[in-house]
Ligand binder design. Sequence first.
Ligand code: DGY
Length: 341
Amino acid sequence: MKHKIYVTRKFPQVALDLLATRSEVGVFPEDGPMPKEELLRAVQDIEGLLVAGARISPEVLEHAPKLRALSNASVGHDNLDLAALTARGIPVASTAGSLEETTADLAFALLLAVARRVVEGDRYVREGRWDRWQFELLHGSDVYRKTLGLYGFGHIGQAMARRGRGFSMRIFYHARHRVPETIEKELSAEYVNRERLLSESDFLSLHVPLTPETHHLIGAPEFRGMKPSGFLINTARGKVVDEEALVAALREKTIAGAGLDVFENEPHVAPALLTLPNVVLMPHVGSATGETRLRMAMLAAQNLLDLLEGRRPKNLLNPEVFERRGDSSFDFAQEGEHVEP
Ligand code: DGY
């Protein structure tokens, strides 16, 4: 019998086709947020849910009595109530492993763009203001040999360190847990305390998940602790930064600039950020390349099938669900079983 599943957003056809080989698939047809009432109706009869951006609250779960597997098409999972899912015994998988390098590319692109004033220069040329070569035109800041401070040192933070090394940067990191010495050595990354990370970094790049502990991790006191020549790069989650304090820090030149892919109340952007020249803004597209979005979609689809069919995906967010079951019917999915695009 085919599983009944629902996909909360318009999704690549090739991933829907994979799901359809073994499931009856319902799909929200728009590439936008699903109205809550519709979501509550859609989940009533389903066993598997593929979530792309939708918020899955305890209320949604109450409306989904048959739900037994959830696949989240992102690496962050602040859109889910993971504790409630775990309490219900519903295994949840993410697309970790499919998008880290791509997200680090964008973080580094923002770093370069804000340091070298790429967006300002582009506007300057397009607006026809460029009438001669000038020695003092659009001075930016050097990147090579500067200090790159990474707050959070998971796969994206480490991918960022590799990019920094390519620019001969000194790599500092701060995280809840130190990584093994072999990784520190391989990436020439030095673990420093929070104060040193803030005060000695030329570029502070955030790579922590959004949790109650990281909400407003960077606010007015942290900006005051940074160099006035320092830049903030955020491709993690908007709520990790106190946006009001960021606007004040940029206006008052407490820091030199920022490169932002994420915002506190997306898609709303604090109006002041739109007027500041020393900020580069992107619309939450860290993982948005054709190749990576396809890889994410296929992985999310495969994860959902694995969970529904008793295989354990590698990027399971709540392994305790399996452990609690002591379930021998759940095997680790074999590498070869994952369909790659
Ligand atoms: C992620 O994978 O977490 C991206 O930011 C998309 O939400």
